[in-house]
Ligand binder design. Structure first.
Ligand code: NAD
Length: 462
């Protein structure tokens, strides 16, 4: 980063620190006003948001509303309705030895927060943590991803128009800006992105002992049991297709990466998938699918199919339009397990199906690989459900649906192992950006004389 940019940034960060020291952001009315201002921003700028998402990603209107506005409006309404309860101290019990006294757990803001967001949900993944940071009473620097430049620029112009710019700032830029930010001291870094950059963030945080939340990616499997009822199959297939192709064109951290299915049910599943892809996306899926973000990421996906053994496993789709960065919804049957497509997060509309001799083998299959951000299990078998719950580990686990956990504020959202650590959404976001201060308050009324020296023999006998 150039020194003028560096100086400006340092000045801006100092201003945020001053604002925090002033106590302004701790005021519940201030927090409320900022959350309401985000609601207004989303409403006033809705059309511009749709246009930016279309320009950067070709995101269809309905998908854009669902993922980047609807979910946020819900989050904001929950935060506004719950704020009074969240900020209140909670009473705590104390041991008899502390009598007479009272205790409480008081949430306090951490201070100055750095948020990195990604390009696949440029508004959703910027505002969702920002809402938590504001609700908890912090000041914030938001660094959107440079890979969705129109969205990044809209965030940088709209946020200062609606929010308190002495407390919340947007810093645009690429790797160099990110590196510059990481050299500075923060009270918390909230990072959404790849495990590769997550490691860089964590190493930088060590220098200042800064706590981090890492919302990373991974390969989320969907385990499909042989659902006997045709209705259940129909519902499941729609949810699977939406959980793969219908969430940013497969470019979603919680999107289905690959399917595990019993070998006898595989032909039925494949036929259903082919039929329903056509029904849901029509003859020309590109009209209702998000495209690949840029040429580099497109070529990465193209390369995943280069291996002849992988290419030969394509049983549906497979056409690539480089000029328009579009890849047809594609299904692969049993690509080699050692191929890159089965080891790297796919992040695109390519869906490998792996057949197993027994559906229960999916447990070992999953456990031999890094812990995913989510596991999806489509089954009516309670024994399989229980085993999945008890014998696998993942950030989230969903039965009979995919991606839905993102919108469920009462459960924590976040990874485990290689898919990250820390959690947010709903009250968990508030907690992520707060310190729970334990406070004990004693009376002068009585004292236990044996607590203090001199350590005389009669005290030892007690
Ligand atoms: P990325 O890690 O390349 O980029 C994320 C952020 O890091 C961007 O703001 C970028 O500017 C910054 N960055 C990039 N290189 C950097 C470097 N060398 N030093 C410092 N900062 C750097 O992520 P991406 O590829 O843009 O996004 C896709 C990844 O994000 C996938 O792995 C996906 O699973 C993950 N993701 C996770 C979640 C979640 O909630 N867990 C949500 C969306 C995406």
């Amino acid at each position: 980063m150039g020194s003028v940019v560096e100086e400006n940034l340092e000045r801006e960060v100092e201003e945020l620190r001053e604002t925090f020291r002033s106590g302004k952001t701790k005021c519940v009315n201030w927090r409320r006003s900022q959350l309401k201002a985000i609601l207004t921003l989303l409403s006033d700028k809705e059309e511009e948001i749709f246009k930016a998402l279309y320009k950067d990603l070709g995101k269809p209107h309905c998908e854009a509303y669902r993922d980047e506005i609807g979910v946020l409006v819900k989050t904001l309404n929950i935060a506004l309705a719950s704020l009074k309860h969240w900020v209140a101290s909670k009473k705590a019990k104390l041991p008899v030895a502390a009598f007479p006294s009272t205790a409480e757990i008081k949430p306090e803001p951490l201070g100055l927060i750095l948020i990195f967001s990604t390009w696949n949900f440029p508004f959703g993944l910027a505002f969702e943590p920002l809402i938590g940071a504001i609700a908890a009473g912090n000041t914030v620097v938001l660094k959107p991803s440079e890979l969705a430049p129109t969205c990044s620029s809209l965030l940088a112009t709209a946020i200062p128009m609606y929010l308190d710019s002495k407390a919340i700032k947007v810093v645009e830029g690429g790797v160099m800006v990110a590196e510059g930010l990481l050299e500075m001291k923060w009270d918390k870094i909230f990072f959404t992105g790849s495990p590769r950059v997550g490691r860089i963030v964590m190493s930088a945080a060590v220098k200042h002992l800064t706590p981090v939340t890492l919302e990373l990616g991974g390969k989320c499997p969907a385990v499909i049991d042989s659902l006997p009822r045709s209705w259940d199959r129909k519902v499941a297939i729609k949810r699977i297709i939406a959980g793969k192709y219908g969430t940013c064109g497969g470019q979603a951290c919680i999107g289905i990466d690959y399917i595990l299915v019993h070998e006898e049910f595989a032909p039925t599943l494949i036929e259903l998938l082919k039929t329903w892809i056509k029904r849901m996306y029509g003859e020309n899926p590109r009209d209702s699918m998000t495209r690949i973000i840029n040429k580099e990421r497109f070529l990465r996906l193209k390369n995943l199919l280069k291996d002849p053994a992988v290419c030969n496993s394509i049983i549906h789709g497979g056409s690539l339009d480089e000029a328009n960065l579009y890849i047809e919804p594609t299904i692969l049957l049993n690509p080699p397990l050692e191929a890159e497509i089965m080891n790297d997060e796919i992040f695109g509309p390519l869906l490998p199906i792996i057949t197993l001799k027994k559906i229960e083998d999916s447990i070992e299959f999953i456990n031999l690989r890094p812990k995913p951000l989510a596991i999806y299990v489509f089954t009516n078998d309670n024994t399989l459900k229980r085993r999945m719950m008890n014998e696998t580990s993942s950030g989230n686990l969903a039965f009979n649906d995919a991606v839905i956990q993102y919108a469920c504020d009462t459960i924590p959202f976040g990874g485990v192992g290689q898919s990250g650590f820390g959690r947010y959404h709903g009250k968990f976001s508030f907690d992520t950006f707060s310190h729970e201060k334990g406070v004990v308050s004693k009376s002068f009324l009585t004292e236990f004389w044996f607590r203090f020296p001199p350590w005389t023999a009669n005290k030892l006998q007690l």
